[in-house]
Design a protein around this ligand. Sequence first.
Ligand SMILES: [Fe+2]
Length: 317
Amino acid sequence: MTRPPPLRLGYVLIESGKLDEWEVFARDGLGLHADRLSSDVLALRVDDRERRIVVRRGAAEDVIALGWELDDAAGLDTMRAHLESEGVAVSTGLASEAALRGVDAFHGFFGHKGLRLEFFAGAKRTNQPLQAMSGPFSTGAGGLGHAVLFTRNPEALTAELHRLLGARISDTITDRLQGVEMEFTFLHLNERHHSLAIGATAGLRVDPIRTRIQHMMLEVETLEAVGDAYLRCKALGYPIAMSMGQHPNDHGISFYVVSPSGFEMELGVGPRRIGPDWQVGHYRGISKWGHHSEFTPRRRDRFGTAWTALKSLFRRD
Ligand SMILES: [Fe+2]
């Protein structure tokens, strides 16, 4: 059995029919640098990379791909060999697809819920100054941030992400959320406390989340940047899924806002890093304080969530 080389989250590809809404949400709400490259492509920056989050026009209203970065071309080749040795059907991205993502080349496969897991080395950089109300952002050895997946089979997904990506458990949390007992498993691929996390209902396993990811998180370096973004999002009327609060496991302080595509974006500060003497822990409650919902989903959306959960019972994960 081969081992995957170290990975960090490098880019996120979103498909949406609401590029105008995404541009305002990202620039004026979250406080990211927004470059509207065409009527069909919005590129978001948080550092000197040309593109960290790409929103391309399409019907999915969802995250399409997570791009995992390797140190160099040799690492990219090693990753491909590792995936193929594990029986994964890996395909090489077209040059036009690599250009859209702002990377030199990539390969990938279709993972959980059809989410593309892609791998690249060599991202395009720019010396154009960053024009972002939030920041500075933390994107170093821990990568861009994290994404949270929901599944009906958390044990199998945890094992698959370990086998294919080398993800290791940081800790677990159980909590009762909106009357439903939930289990969360946090996975690290590098020094970031979690680059991926897996959410599942306890007992009867259903997946109430329509989108491939429930939320993604970006990290800023100051509490003030989190607070200011929270106030901007609130003032602009974006649904605050969770007000400012602190997680007990990584100690990060953050808030969650619903994006124009329906999944949530988390902006946070101060998550602690994984070190060599890390001990896997278990916590009761996803928040030490705060993280209160500040909006009531519309009846139609509540019905949609229940319907998605029900349908998930009849779908292969
Ligand atoms: Fe998160």
